[in-house]
Every structure is written in C-alpha cells, then in structure tokens.
Design a protein around this ligand. Structure first.
Ligand code: C5P
Length: 233
C-alpha cells in the first residue's frame, strides 16, 4: 500500500503585520478570500491528499464551502505556528512513513508544478524537502543603530518557502524535540535540521509570495492575474 499524503495548512494566525480588521487569510484577492485561493491551488495539485486545517478556536470568518477536499478535518490553532502544526500532527491517524506537507495559508500564489515537485522530493529524500529560492539581493548585516555594519556573502543562501514535506515520524520527532527544548521554530525544516538531517532544497518559483504586509496584497493580486493569463496561453 502506498503512503498517504497529508497536507497541514496552518491558518490560525492573526496577521498582525497586515494591520487589517480581519486575519489576512480572509482578505480578498481577485474576488476570493486568500484561504479559498490557497486551498484551491493545493487541491488542483494534490487532490488525493488529506487536508488538516489549523484554525483559531475564535475564528468567525471561516466558511467550509471554501474547502475543495473530500477528506479533511479542522484542528485548533496554537499560540505559535509550530504549536498549530503540532496540534495537527497529534490529531491525525497517520503512519510513520506517510508524507506530511505543511503549507502556509498566506501563500496563495504557489504553483501546481512546484507543489507536485515538492511532494515527489518529500517522498524521495529521507530528510524531507522544502521549496526554496536562492537569495538574489546583496545581504546586509544591521548594526545596533540601524546602519549597515557589513555585507554578508549570499553564496549558498536560500529563502525558505512552503510547502515543506517530511515523513510523519520524522516531523513528529523534530517538532517534539523543538517543543521539549523550548526552541521556537518558524518552519519545519529548521526543526528537522536540529536533529542532524538535511532537507533537500527544491528550487521553487520566485512568485510564491507570502502575503505579510499591506503592500503584498497588490503584488499577490498581480501575480495571480499573470498566472491566470499564462495558463490561458
Ligand atoms: O504570521 P506568519 O505569516 O508568519 O504565519 C505563517 C503561517 O502560520 C500563516 O499561515 C498563519 O496563519 C499560521 N499561523 C498559525 N498559528 C499561529 C500563528 C501563525 O497557524 N499561532
């Protein structure tokens, strides 16, 4: 029997940096809430996956009609992103070698091709895999007074994106270890690296933007419109 693919989507954040009246995953882009767009993308690439959606217990905006997956469940979010993901891991009845992909709800522009490539890599590499892109800009180290102290080499530096995918047993072990040692990790790969594993960097598209700040909204809308146009040609 082949391993099941699980898809954890942490969507319990408040999106405070956005400064909006509602959490950013419910802001509208090209006529639909970000959460609905992200789930539609994930479903287009991974219709066979079992979805676990992490939502805040007080969430007043979620509509189950936005979920295109047939097999899905809702779990409560935690205080931090990693707590939300841990809640999801604890709630599912997965086998140790099942593959778990974790994707931030705030990345609605992820492409179907990248999602499929990442699922394959997560199955192939023992240490798991993450979408990532090489750093293009010159990198500066800030000094305490907000001036540039020096230029850091960008050789071998990558931006970590999502999804990131690992075998269920490894991800449980890694996030469990991070919690035990009170290490706050902002992605799954850093928890896995802390155990000595080396997740595969899968080069992803540069337009897999995480909507974080208000000016990201117009950018994400333009990316979605351009992608739609490309898929028509
Ligand atoms: O705030 P940021 O964009 O870094 O959050 C990354 C992802 O983690 C988002 O999809 C957000 O909804 C989710 N999150 C969560 N639980 C939290 C904090 C963030 O599911 N407590």
């Amino acid at each position: 029997m082949s391993a099941t693919t699980w898809l954890i989507v942490p969507a319990a954040g408040q999106g405070k940096r956005m400064g909006a009246a509602l959490p950013k995953q419910y802001l509208t882009l090209t006529g639909a809430p970000i959460l609905a767009i992200t789930l539609a993308r994930l479903h287009a690439a991974l219709p066979h996956a079992r979805l676990v959606l992490c939502l805040d217990e007080q969430d007043r905006w979620f509509d189950p009609a936005w979920v295109p997956f047939t097999r899905w469940q809702r779990v409560s979010g935690g205080a931090e992103r990693m707590d939300s993901v841990l809640n999801a891991l604890q709630a599912i009845d997965a086998a140790g070698d099942d593959v778990v992909l974790v994707h931030d709800v705030a990345r609605p522009c992820v492409s179907v091709e990248d999602l499929c490539a990442l699922e394959q890599a997560a199955k192939q590499y023992a240490g798991g895999a993450l979408l990532a892109m090489p750093v293009a800009d010159t990198m500066k180290r800030e000094s305490r007074d907000g001036t540039s102290a020096r230029t850091e080499s960008r050789d071998g530096l990558w931006h970590a994106l999502t999804p990131q995918g690992f075998r269920y047993a490894l991800l449980c072990q890694a996030l469990g270890h991070a919690r035990k040692h009170e290490t706050l990790v902002t992605d799954e790969a850093s928890a896995v690296e802390a155990l000595g594993h080396r997740p595969k960097l899968v080069s992803g598209r540069r337009d897999n933007l995480k909507v974080t700040h208000p000016d990201d909204l117009a950018l994400a809308a333009a990316i979605l419109a351009a992608q739609r146009e490309q898929s028509r040609t």
